[in-house]
Design a protein around this ligand. Structure first.
Ligand code: HXC
Length: 517
């Protein structure tokens, strides 16, 4: 028996109707504004022909406010699974041309079903958000839908990577769901993310605030720290998502995509020796160290415009995917402040969740001193770094390049905080504090009563510096694995990574630790 051709033409018609979204005019308007459609975004994402859509024929079930007369293709969201470089990834993509991509009951069910599928299969979820938030006509059903999405976001957190692209206006729930995911990428133009818009802020507080001040990619990348990567446009956002996925495993039970080189190069890299300035008060750019350390100098920096005094990101060393955490001496002298601690702690936890070894590069004079820092809770925030490093069970390799002072030395993953291997350059200075500060505390009276206080101070600083401003006291006490010639940094860390990949750690059972939030 051959199938009735009418059934096939009916199917074709239904597919076309679903795929036409909000219609030609709305699609054209998007294109004129430099925006892709939900479908075009999905097509760009996946290897050709690999996308399988879930729920193309979904329709809303709302009868209020004239909705019974309104058809909403796919209920405003495309969901499904496709392959990126041969690996399966689940995607949902809001269709702003359909009811502003707003979330109603069926829309929410599609997203939740997709997340359940991703959890069962152990594959990442990528959301492309472009939505007016809760669908106003569906009332509490929309709120309930968001509740379910948030709940699934949390259940999947730490199980499969969740990445969100913010590619349009994202209000209310369309901002909070991304806020629960691991990485947010946001396009520079045409995208806004906020909980309360300018009108609501004005009504509630009387403040005049423009979207540019708090809701754009630039504002979130440099002021709020809510996002991780800024994209120039939709295509770039998708490229960034793919690059990010190239460092992540599909789920927490698998290793990241290491591609170990057959032989580790033992060649010296003399350029490391030129980086540290002769005067230890002079700054250097830690990105120069990172680029020399990573294969092909390829560093995928995360949150590069926020809390610039700490640098985080991914790269490969001898083919091993590695998370880098590094002090940046050219910003705030590399001190750790509240934002830097938050930024580093979250990154350390993401690396730990997805089995990515950590390499920590240290040049830190301390936590940033200041009234605001103390009042705003540097104790709580700095403690997040201590907590994150100590609780991470992935391989942890620390390189002390120069200053490693006080609590900040511990916060940058010292041996006592659980580093598996600690290397130091001969320029390392490991001490409770810098020589100037230490001498002023210890020898205040002696300096004051001296016939030449200035000369006495200089003499004592030199004495302290000679004694403590080196790695050898720490090395003598077993706190350092080895002091290395900087030119051997790359091979040393590459070998260290190979030697730690089999790491296993057993900890006392507990529900979860109580990180100071
Ligand atoms: C239903 C919506 C909608 C919504 C937009 N639309 N948002 N429909 N529910 N939440 C519809 C519009 O009616 C319009 O339909 C189409 O989408 C396009 O919207 P425009 O306003 O014409 O587009 P634009 O000028 O680009 O403005 C986009 C926008 C604005 C900034 C998103 O629409 C807006 O402010 N929407 C409301 C945002 C909001 O307050 N959402 C609720 C958040 S509360 P037609 O038919 O004309 O094309 C929330 C609860 C969860 O999400 C709580 C978690 C914290």
């Amino acid at each position: 028996m051959t199938i009735d051709p009418l059934l096939l033409s009916d199917l074709e018609k239904r597919r076309e109707e679903a795929q036409s979204g909000g219609g030609k005019e709305k699609i054209q308007a998007r294109h004129e504004n430099g925006l892709l459609t939900a479908q075009e975004r999905v097509d760009l994402l996946f290897d050709n022909g690999t996308f399988q859509e879930f729920g193309m024929h979904a329709q809303h079930a709302c009868h209020d406010f004239g909705m019974d007369l309104k058809r909403m293709p796919r209920d405003g969201v495309i969901t499904g699974v496709g392959s990126i470089d041969g690996s399966a990834v689940a995607v949902y993509s809001h269709d702003f041309t359909v009811g502003g991509g707003s979330l109603g009951r069926i829309h929410a069910k599609k997203v939740c079903d997709l997340m359940d599928f991703a959890g069962r299969m152990g594959i990442p979820v990528l959301g492309i958000n472009d939505s007016g938030g809760a669908r106003i006509q569906e009332g509490v059903d929309s709120l309930s839908g968001y509740g379910q999405v948030f709940y699934k976001n949390v259940l999947l957190s730490g199980v499969v990577p969740q990445i969100t692209i913010i590619a349009g206006p994202c209000a209310g729930g369309a901002a909070y769901s991304p806020g629960l995911t691991d990485f947010l990428i946001m396009t520079r133009e045409n995208a806004h993310m906020f909980i309360c818009g300018p009108e609501v802020i004005k009504a509630a507080t009387g403040e005049n605030a423009s979207l540019d001040q708090f809701a754009t990619a630039d504002a979130h990348a440099s002021i709020s720290g809510n996002i991780h990567l800024v994209a120039e446009d939709d295509q770039h956002a998708i490229d960034l998502a793919k690059k990010l996925l190239s460092f992540l495993p599909p789920n927490n039970l698998q290793n990241p995509p290491h591609s170990p080189s057959e032989q580790i190069s033992l060649a010296k890299e003399d350029r490391f020796n030129d980086i540290i300035p002769a005067d230890s008060k002079d700054p250097f750019n830690v990105l120069d160290v990172i680029r020399l350390l990573l294969d092909n100098g390829d560093f995928f920096e995360i949150q590069k415009d926020w809390a610039k005094n700490i640098v985080i990101g991914f790269g490969r060393i001898g083919g091993i995917v590695t998370g880098i955490v590094a002090n940046q001496p050219i910003v705030k002298a590399g001190t750790i402040d509240i934002d830097a601690a938050d930024k580093a702690a979250r990154f350390i936890r993401i690396c730990n969740t997805y089995n990515i070894p950590l390499a920590t590069l240290v040049d830190v004079p301390g936590f940033l001193p200041g009234l605001h820092q103390e009042q705003a809770g540097i104790i709580r925030h700095g403690a997040k770094m201590l907590f994150a490093f100590a609780s991470a069970t992935v391989p942890k390799i620390t390189l002390i390049m120069r200053k490693a002072y006080g609590g900040a030395y511990l916060a940058m993953c010292s041996a006592d905080m659980g580093a598996d291997l600690v290397f130091a350059w001969p320029t390392a200075e490991i001490a409770v504090m810098g020589a100037d500060g230490a001498v002023n505390v210890l020898f205040k009276k002696e300096i004051q009563t001296s016939s030449d206080p200035k000369a006495k101070q200089i003499e004592l600083i030199k004495e302290y510096h000679d004694k403590f401003a080196s790695p050898y006291q720490a090395a003598a006490n077993g706190m350092i694995t080895d002091v290395i010639d900087p030119s051997q940094t790359r091979s040393t860390i590459a070998i260290a990574l190979r030697n730690t990949l089999t790491k296993r750690t057993i900890r006392l059972p507990k529900k979860h630790g109580n990180i100071p939030l």
